[in-house]
Design a protein around this ligand. Structure first.
Ligand SMILES: [Zn+2]
Length: 150
C-alpha cells in the first residue's frame, strides 16, 4: 500500500508499506517521527563533510606524502588516512611515536584501505611491523608499504 507521509522535517514522501493494516499504522506513525529520505541523505553528507574538514584541520600540520594506487583507491585511502591520523593525533596516549611516524610514511593506498577498521593501537602495531632494522633492510626488498625515504 502506498501512503503519503509527512515527515518530522515537514517534507512529504510516498512510502510503500507492506504487511498487515495494523503494521501499516505503526510504520506510518513511526515514519512521521523520522526525516524524509532527502533530508536524511543531506544530513549524512553534511556530517561526513564536517568530519572530513575536522580531520583535515587536525592533520594540516603533517607533511604527508602522496598515496599510490588506482585513482579510486587513492581517493578512498586519502579520507581513510585523514580520519585515522586525526584520531591518532587526538590520542597522544596511543603510544608508539615511531610507529606513528611510520604511519605518516605509508603511501600504499591499499594499506590504508585494508587496515581502515583496525583499532588505533593495532594500526600502529601494523605500521610498526613495517619497520626493519637498517642492517636487515639492506638484505631485504623494502617493504612495499613504506615510502622510499624510510
Ligand atoms: Zn525532509
Amino acid at each position: 500500500m502506498e501512503q503519503r507521509i509527512t515527515h518530522a522535517c515537514g517534507h512529504e514522501q510516498t512510502h510503500y508499506l507492506t504487511g498487515f493494516a495494523s503494521q501499516h499504522d505503526r510504520k506510518a506513525r513511526w515514519l512521521t517521527t523520522t526525516k524524509c529520505r532527502s533530508c536524511f541523505i543531506t544530513e549524512k553528507k553534511t556530517a561526513q563533510a564536517d568530519a572530513a574538514s575536522r580531520d583535515n584541520a587536525a592533520i594540516a600540520h603533517l607533511d604527508l606524502p602522496s598515496l599510490t594506487g588506482s585513482e579510486r583507491q587513492v581517493a578512498w585511502a586519502t579520507s581513510v588516512r585523514a580520519s585515522r591520523l586525526a584520531a591518532l593525533v587526538d590520542e597522544p596516549d596511543a603510544g608508539d611515536t615511531d610507529a606513528f611516524h611510520t604511519c605518516l610514511t605509508i603511501t600504499d593506498a591499499k594499506w590504508w584501505i585494508d587496515y581502515r577498521d583496525l583499532a588505533n593501537t593495532d594500526l600502529l602495531a601494523t605500521a610498526g611491523s613495517c619497520i626493519r632494522p637498517a642492517s636487515i633492510a639492506a638484505e631485504m626488498a623494502a617493504p612495499s608499504c613504506l615510502h622510499q625515504a624510510a
